[in-house]
Every structure is written in C-alpha cells, then in structure tokens.
Design a binder for this molecule. Structure first.
Ligand SMILES: Nc1nc2c(ncn2[C@@H]2O[C@H](COP(=O)(O)OP(=O)(O)OP(=O)(O)O)[C@@H](O)[C@H]2O)c(=O)[nH]1
Length: 306
C-alpha cells in the first residue's frame, strides 16, 4: 500500500510562503542527499518562480559520496546551482555562502554602483519535514536559533538571522513531499521524512531489504551478520517474499526481537532496522540515483530531474 500523507493547513502554509519568498533574494531549497528527487516538491518552482534557488543537499554524511557527486552534476547540467552539506558539522557551508552571493550578484552589483560598501543578501530555507531545516539555520547562524528534533514538525519562531553579509529568515518554509509512486513514498518513509505512525513499517522494511540487497549487500550483510543476502526486486515481492522473510527472521533471532512463543516479532525488527537506516548506522547509502548515473552502473533506482 503506498504511503498516504497529507498534512493540514497546506493552503495557509502556501500563502505564507509566497509572502515570505517576496522578502528574499534567494530561496534555499533543502533536499535530502539520500533521495534528492523524492524530497523535492515541484510546487516550490511556482512559489519561487522569479527568485533564484540554491539547492542544498543535506545529510551528505549519510549518503553514498559517489552518487552525491552524480546528483551535483545532474543539478548543474539542469542549470541549477547545488551544493551538499552536513548540517551537523558545517561541512559545505562556505559553498552555501558563495552560492548565495553568486545568485544575488545583480543586487550586490547594484549596491556597489550606488556606492554602498556591501549589500545584504536575504535568503530563506524551504524543505519537507525533517530534511534538516532547523539544523541548517542553526549551523548557519552558529547558534541555536531554531529548534531541532528528529520528529517531523518542530520548527517555530520568526526573525532574521544575520551572519556577515547574509541574512536568513529563521522560520523555514515547510513543503510537503510529493508522492507519485509507492516507491517514492517508501523511500521517504525509510529516510525519516514521513512519520512512523502513518505507513506500514513492515512494508518499509521489505522495501529496504530488497533495495539494500540489490545495491548495498555488503553493508546489510556486515551490519546484521547475515548468512545470505538475496538480490531481489521489491516489485517482485509477492513471489520473492519467502527470501525476504528469511532475512527478517535471521535479523530478529540474532537481535533477540522475539514475541510470544519465541516467534520473531516482525514489527520490532522493522522498527529497529528502519531506525538504524535513518541514523546511518549501516553506512552511507543513497536511495535514488540521477538517470545520468545509470550509464556508469548496472542498476535501476534512476530518476530524471525534470
Ligand atoms: N547526520 C546528519 N543528520 C542531520 C543532518 N541534517 C539534519 N540532521 C538530523 O535530522 C533531524 C531533523 O533535523 P531538523 O533540523 O529538526 O529538521 P527540520 O527540517 O527542521 O524538521 P521539521 O521541523 O520537522 O520540519 C535531526 O535529528 C538532525 O540532527 C545532516 O546533514 N547530517
């Protein structure tokens, strides 16, 4: 069953965002480096049509570095300026500042022509829940101005945060993920963008085990000490389910996640594995690849940007 997730107040949120976009020179679009496409929402293009956009891929530390490079190239070939960051240690933030200045070059030039010493570049952060908006703003400001948390929906308060010549609105714009396919929904779910309560975690686990078995078998094998990692497609699940069930069983036994009568509790296995995936415990992984990456590899979770 595909993930269904429609938070309320969308129309109001959209109006507020339109108002705020008018106040800034550049919109910073945060996407998750592990799923840079599914964590975007095309509505932003409408909302920020006239403003330059900087795509910032968060969680670069959790993503597969080779595929992050491919995504950066894919954005560049689509004429979008993009950088990758780690909001927890500030890696990539100097490129963010450089990018903002480049995108606001016309304003800076006008200020210089007027004889001003420097222009202030105003920006705002937008992105789907849990993508790292508050962490980004805090890291940018190097102090705790926005609340962070690992549950969707914690960002509040409103003011400008000034760092040198760049001013950031400390209330990020929240976009909802656009879910066109079941795969997209499940990628969002296992990345933590969708609350645990509103999708079937056991389906999320089956999806992840198929994905990792095909693309990151060594990481999966190593983390859970598995005797066998099947390389099966999620779309074939009805027929390959017994192979995935064996993996769930083995993980459950090894971790002692048993229910009544010593039977493996699949829900507890799902919770444990998905939490570890979200925390990056298995190692760097990316859940979707740009189409351009496919020519260099043999596999299939490929996507076109446009
Ligand atoms: N490893 C890693 N974790 C990150 C990164 N960015 C954010 N996180 C973590 O992801 C979780 C969510 O981050 P937040 O900054 O609260 O996300 P948000 O977009 O403000 O979330 P909402 O307020 O729910 O919309 C937190 O536990 C962060 O520590 C990153 O670059 N790397």
């Amino acid at each position: 069953m595909p993930v269904q997730w429609y938070p309320g107040h969308m129309a109001k949120a959209r109006r507020m965002m339109e108002e705020r976009v008018r106040q800034v020179d550049v919109v910073i679009e945060l996407v998750d480096a592990r799923l840079p496409l599914s964590s975007r929402n095309p509505v932003l293009q409408e909302l920020s049509a006239k403003k330059p956009r900087l795509v910032v891929m968060t969680r670069e530390d959790l993503a597969d570095p080779l595929i992050t490079r491919s995504w950066l190239d894919a954005f560049a070939s689509d004429n979008m300026m993009a950088v990758s960051v780690n909001t927890t240690n500030g890696n990539g933030f100097s490129q963010v500042r450089d990018g903002l200045r480049k995108l606001a070059a016309a304003k800076i030039q006008r200020a210089l022509e007027k004889g001003l010493q420097r222009a202030v570049v105003r920006a705002m952060v937008v992105g789907i829940p849990n993508v790292g908006k508050s962490s980004f703003i805090n890291q940018f400001a190097k102090r705790s101005v926005a609340k962070t948390g690992n549950k969707p929906g914690v960002t509040r308060t409103e003011q400008w945060v000034r760092m040198g010549d760049i001013e950031l609105l400390d209330t990020p714009g929240v976009l909802w993920p656009k879910i066109d396919t079941a795969e997209q929904g499940l990628r969002l779910a296992i990345s933590g963008a969708v609350k645990d309560q509103i999708y079937d975690m056991e389906e999320g686990l089956a999806f992840f085990l198929c994905f990792a078995g095909q693309h990151y078998p060594d990481l999966l094998q190593k983390r859970y000490g598995l005797s066998h990692v099947p390389a099966v497609r999620w779309t074939d699940l009805p027929t390959v389910w017994p192979q995935i069930a064996d993996v769930v069983e083995e993980i459950g036994r090894k971790r002692g996640l048993l229910g009544r009568g010593g039977v493996v509790d699949e829900e507890r296995v799902a919770k444990m594995v998905i939490k570890e995936v979200q925390d990056g415990v298995l190692g760097p992984m990316t859940f979707e690849w740009p189409a351009s990456h496919l020519s260099e590899t043999s596999s299939d979770p490929g996507n076109n940007l446009s």
